[in-house]
Design a protein around this ligand. Structure first.
Ligand SMILES: Cc1cc2nc3c(=O)[nH]c(=O)nc-3n(C[C@H](O)[C@H](O)[C@H](O)COP(=O)(O)OP(=O)(O)OC[C@H]3O[C@@H](n4cnc5c(N)ncnc54)[C@H](O)[C@@H]3O)c2cc1C
Length: 390
């Protein structure tokens, strides 16, 4: 281990928390300053679009209680000078560091100029406000974007008995993540569960003076709405790093060991790095397990230094429930030039699909087939040929 006396961690959520815990567990005895824009202990975001909307407030992130007092809550870093190893905070404080962990995550893309009643979902405040709206008995809920968050909110709102219309720009929601066959199944699954799906259509604006009354669509029509949830993707929180000398391109660009510059590492939703399993393709992953594991490895690599640093090459994986179906992905199916159904049938609501590029597995999708997902995930991590599994 090399000698670092002070480490600053910017971003007090999952990746930042795991970084702090790792520093302490590895015996780092110097000062750690954790800087977090939110005013809460780090909490778990996945329940925000699921159980929390149904009334369950449990969002504890184990380990958050271990954080010591060197924690600046409700404070943002606004500038980084890597040559001087100095951070500037939003109250004007300057903070020197020997090592820096960047874990500032991402924020929802905002739709411009919208009236009240158009919401996004990222924080506990967003979830509580959305829950209150869902409980207020709005009759016409429109969800924009059929990705994981849009799909989960649509599913939760249906479970609460609300009328839900889901507008998605692609012919089938999540085609880029699940591939065509599973995306076709998902479209049908939404419809079978009472969601009105408007595909291949963009939102062009909103109606309503003060409160939203409608959503204008690219096909010229207007959907009546009294509550709108926009799940149209996220933007990595890198604005504060402009001019820092770091490479910023859809995130903080790092090497395979998560170093973005000398003594600076990045982790979680904000980090983009060359993934060893996928030919060094630059990837940014917005999944819980990625933030959890990268936060720990980035901190460890910072401590050991670049010579002994380990590459981060874990396989991305994600699980969600929509209308009672368990949907899991592993690897990066969107890189594939071929897909094969290996188990079950979409019509039976139970199946698994393997994805390959040049005959080598790059990912898998499973619906209500967790054992198949485990098998395909292992085979993908081992870079097996698709012929070996299907
Ligand atoms: C509603 C919802 C549901 C989800 N469901 C799932 C799921 O089912 N499965 C799954 O795998 N993943 C899910 N995710 C994704 C998962 O929660 C994220 O991948 C994870 O939270 C990323 O952690 P992070 O620490 O990298 O970033 P974040 O959790 O985004 O945290 C970044 C923190 O940094 C703070 N920050 C930003 N800029 C600054 C600054 N300049 N100075 C100081 N602090 C700053 C932010 O306020 C925030 O607290 C979900 C996410 C959401 C929002």
């Amino acid at each position: 281990m090399r000698t670092l006396n002070t480490v600053a961690v910017v971003g007090a959520s999952l990746a930042g928390l795991r970084a702090v815990q790792t520093l302490r567990r590895e015996g780092f005895a110097g000062d750690i300053t954790l800087i977090g824009a939110e005013r809460h202990l780090p909490y778990n975001r996945p329940p925000l679009s699921k159980s929390m909307l149904r009334g369950d407030d449990e969002i504890t992130l184990p380990g958050a209680e271990e954080l010591g007092d060197q924690w600046l809550k409700g404070r943002q870093a606004v500038r980084l000078d890597t040559s001087d190893r100095r951070l500037t905070l939003d109250d004007g404080t300057e903070l020197g560091y020997d090592g820096l962990v960047i874990a500032t995550g991402a924020r929802p893309r905002r739709l411009p100029d919208h009236p009240d009643g158009v919401r996004t979902l990222r924080t506990v405040e967003d979830a509580l406000a959305l829950r209150a709206e869902l409980q207020a008995g709005h009759e016409r809920v429109v969800v924009i974007g059929g990705g994981f968050i849009g799909g989960e909110v649509a599913s939760t709102a249906r479970a609460l008995g609300l009328n839900v219309t889901l507008v998605d720009a692609s012919p089938y929601p999540m085609t880029n993540v699940l591939g065509a066959e599973a995306a076709r199944w998902l479209a049908r699954h939404h419809r079978d569960n009472g969601v009105e799906l408007v595909s291949d259509t963009r939102v062009t604006g909103f109606e309503g003076n003060g409160r939203v009354t409608g959503v204008r669509l690219s096909n010229g029509s207007t959907l009546p709405a009294d509550l709108v949830i926009a799940g149209t993707g996220v933007t990595p929180n890198t604005d504060w790093l402009e001019g820092s000398g770091l490479t910023l391109s859809d995130g903080v660009v790092c090497d395979e060991t998560l170093f973005a510059a000398e003594n600076v590492v990045a982790a979680g939703d904000v980090a983009r790095w060359p993934h060893g399993l996928f030919g060094g393709e630059l990837v940014r992953v917005e999944h819980w397990a990625n933030a959890n594991d990268q936060g720990a490895l980035a901190a460890l690599n910072l401590l050991t230094g670049p010579e002994s640093a380990k590459p981060y090459a874990d396989l991305p994986s994600f699980a969600t429930h929509m209308h009672g179906a368990r949907i899991q992905t592993a690897g990066l199916p969107h890189l594939a030039d071929e897909s094969r159904l290996v188990t079950g049938e979409p019509d039976e609501n139970r199946f698994a699909i393997a994805f390959a590029r040049n005959g080598v597995l790059v990912g898998a999708v499973a619906v209500n087939a967790p054992k198949d997902l485990i098998r395909l995930k292992r085979a993908t991590a081992a870079a097996d040929r698709v012929d070996a599994v299907a």
